[in-house]
Design a protein around this ligand. Structure first.
Ligand code: ADP
Ligand code: MG
Length: 229
């Protein structure tokens, strides 16, 4: 589904991603863990094209997409749930979903509202008036409206109460069962370990650990050195 090979990404002269290689197979959930500033968002930006890699390649569904503009990546089937949610505060819930609509897949407005009953109840509310958890559901729903094959999620549980974190975890599990491939950036270790098939730990722009979730859970050295737990 997605393959990064030796990706190097810069902001000006600042060399942030320093040779990242990883893959996401069809139907797989791959989690990227790492502290603030590790380069997790930059990794997502490199994949979708907001900050294209200066060196290395990104392949998506068998085609090289390195340096494609984001709109083309979305057209080809990437969906983004950005860090901080970024819903349109003055638009209603339904309007936020409708603007993202891209036909030709299983996710219609009705299907998204069925997946998130809370959004259905608040369909006409302005997004700016929703709780943090509801805004996160809306951000996920909006990405689904583009009918992606690969969902890029950047810290979807950031700042949310434990109960809502569990709900986000449940949704990720359900999307996985529907066959979506997911690249999940997280700082919440238990959440990532509970939903991911594979985990990578990023530190200073490099992958320093890759394994199945169970092996990371058992690795106190990596957890304390790179994740502060
Ligand atoms: N737009 C930018 N311009 C310059 N430096 C940036 C920019 N965005 C992020 N950085 C720097 O790149 C590094 C990685 O940031 P980021 O990818 O946002 O980390 P994370 O998402 O893991 O917290 C940090 O040192 C950060 O300060
Ligand atoms: Mg980030």
């Amino acid at each position: 589904m997605l393959e990064l090979a030796d990706v190097h990404t810069y902001y000006g002269e600042s060399h942030v991603l320093q040779g990242v290689s990883l893959g996401v197979r069809a139907g797989e959930v791959v989690a990227i863990l790492g502290r603030n500033g590790a380069g997790k968002t930059t990794l997502i930006r490199s994949v979708i094209g907001f900050t294209p890699p200066r060196r290395g390649t990104v392949h998506f569904k068998g085609v090289e997409v390195t340096r494609w503009p984001p709109y083309r990546a979305v057209e080809r089937g990437m969906g983004l749930v950005p860090q901080g949610r970024r819903v349109f505060p003055s638009l209603s819930v339904v309007e936020n979903l409708a603007v993202a609509r891209r036909d030709g897949g299983r996710f219609t407005l009705a299907r998204v509202l069925e997946l998130f009953p809370r959004l259905a109840e608040r369909a006409k509310s302005r997004a700016g008036r929703l709780s943090g958890g509801e805004q996160q559901m809306l951000a996920i729903g909006r990405a689904l409206m583009t009918n992606p094959d690969l969902l890029l999620m950047d810290e979807p549980t950031e700042g949310l109460a434990p109960l809502i974190v569990r709900e986000v975890g449940r949704i990720i599990g359900e999307l996985k069962r529907e066959g979506l491939s997911i690249l999940l950036v997280e700082q919440n270790l238990p959440l990532a370990l509970s939903v991911a098939d594979t985990v990578h730990v990023l530190s200073r722009g490099q992958i320093v650990h890759s394994s199945a979730p169970g092996a990371l859970m058992a690795n106190d050295d990596v957890k304390s050195r790179y994740l502060g737990v």
